[in-house]
Design a protein around this ligand. Sequence first.
Ligand SMILES: *[C@@H]1O[C@H](CO)[C@@H](O)[C@H](O)[C@H]1NC(C)=O
Ligand SMILES: *[C@@H]1O[C@H](CO)[C@@H](O)[C@H](O)[C@H]1NC(C)=O
Ligand SMILES: *[C@@H]1O[C@H](CO)[C@@H](O)[C@H](O)[C@H]1NC(C)=O
Ligand SMILES: *[C@@H]1O[C@H](CO)[C@@H](O)[C@H](O)[C@H]1NC(C)=O
Ligand SMILES: *[C@@H]1O[C@H](CO)[C@@H](O)[C@H](O)[C@H]1NC(C)=O
Ligand SMILES: CC(=O)N[C@H]1CO[C@H](CO)[C@@H](O)[C@@H]1O
Length: 375
Amino acid sequence: MTILSLLFLSVIVTKIQFNSLPLAFHPERIIRPLDPTRYKASRNSMATDFKSIPLIDIGPLVSKWDDPNIEQDEHVAEVVRQLDKACRQAGFFYVKGHGIPDSLIKDVREITRTFFSLPYEEKVKIKLSPGTGYRGYQYVGENITKGVPDMHEAIDCYREVEPGMYGELGKTMEGSNKWPSNPPEFRNMMEEYITRCTDLSRKIMRGLALALGGSADEFERRGAGDPFWVFRIIGYPVLPNGSSADMLESDIGCGAHTDYGLLTLVNQDDNITALQVRNHSGEWISAVPIPGTFVCNIGDMLKILTNGIYESTLHRVINKSSKYRVCVAYFYETNYDAAVVPMDACVNKTGGVKKFGEAVYGEHLVSKVTTNFVI
Ligand SMILES: *[C@@H]1O[C@H](CO)[C@@H](O)[C@H](O)[C@H]1NC(C)=O
Ligand SMILES: *[C@@H]1O[C@H](CO)[C@@H](O)[C@H](O)[C@H]1NC(C)=O
Ligand SMILES: *[C@@H]1O[C@H](CO)[C@@H](O)[C@H](O)[C@H]1NC(C)=O
Ligand SMILES: *[C@@H]1O[C@H](CO)[C@@H](O)[C@H](O)[C@H]1NC(C)=O
Ligand SMILES: *[C@@H]1O[C@H](CO)[C@@H](O)[C@H](O)[C@H]1NC(C)=O
Ligand SMILES: CC(=O)N[C@H]1CO[C@H](CO)[C@@H](O)[C@@H]1O
């Protein structure tokens, strides 16, 4: 989840809701600039009918994820059924039985807290810059989402893009991550964690592929076999007394948005509730932290692939705490250069009409990254 933080996500996120216009289908694979305003979360979608966010034990899927007979396993089938229901109804779910050690999940948050508690001069040594593909640290309230400072500090990381890797499409994002030398084990721990999140996301996506009636590796064969990822390490400071709730709701932390990619894994502070998810009635359901779990949510690319069968649910982060809050969000994306279109099987299940046009992931990412930050 977005943790709220996720909000964070400002980077990947599209704050604009989609409009439900059926979009013209283009038979040729033309790459058109992605205009996020073309999409919008339809209010009468099938998803987002829920009162609470389900908790799913994905243990069987995690242990059988690459078994060629996975489709015959009844325990996996039960996980798949629960994932499908959660994605249709809420677009959000917690997972346990995911195989990532609790100690690593906690250590990642603790080291994040340690880094953000360092003096500004220390943190700014890895300052975010265009020269490294917008990777690095930026301070609270400095530079901006849509002209409004977000009240958080963060380290933004992206999968490394080598020069020339995606031609013009990849130029803006070329570069390697900037890691602090203090705390010394920061880089190793985060890289290990990212690898594990990538593996876990692939496993969950296999479950979702089965849920949609495809083969387990359906997504890997359709534009997500070489997935891009975004990783945001976020800290939310305690706000000064006198910040109004109105202000919080609209601007701070993260205003309501959907995530842009396929699947988000949120590692949120255990004792602070700040992430909220909107249901079909328009009520905000809190994603109360459950220790040892990840909050997962699906993003716009998966919504497009499933032709709207799965919803990318609106969520926001609000501050309710008097303590510094950290959130570490991992975003599993399609291939950087994937041109994403609805899958035929899903189009068939939804009446045969494509609801979305083609979206090129890398184009959208670049547009977010270059407009969200003033450097
Ligand atoms: C949304 O959440 C509220 C509060 O829990 C609940 O009363 C309502 O029934 C939910 N609406 C839907 C459509 O799930
Ligand atoms: C907010 O006000 C309380 C009570 O006046 C005070 O104890 C606290 O330190 C203040 N917090 C901040 C961040 O200013
Ligand atoms: C925070 O959560 C942990 C469980 O993750 C619990 O053991 C601890 O008592 C909580 N601390 C506070 C101050 O609530
Ligand atoms: C946000 O956190 C601050 C500091 O703990 C608190 O004073 C304020 O009431 C909180 N605001 C909301 C809307 O929860
Ligand atoms: C879905 O596919 C089946 C089998 O190919 C076909 O009979 C049916 O008409 C299709 N439905 C739609 C809505 O396209
Ligand atoms: C760290 C950083 O890039 N800060 C910049 C944020 O934006 C303001 C206004 O454009 C600049 O003055 C800061 O240097």
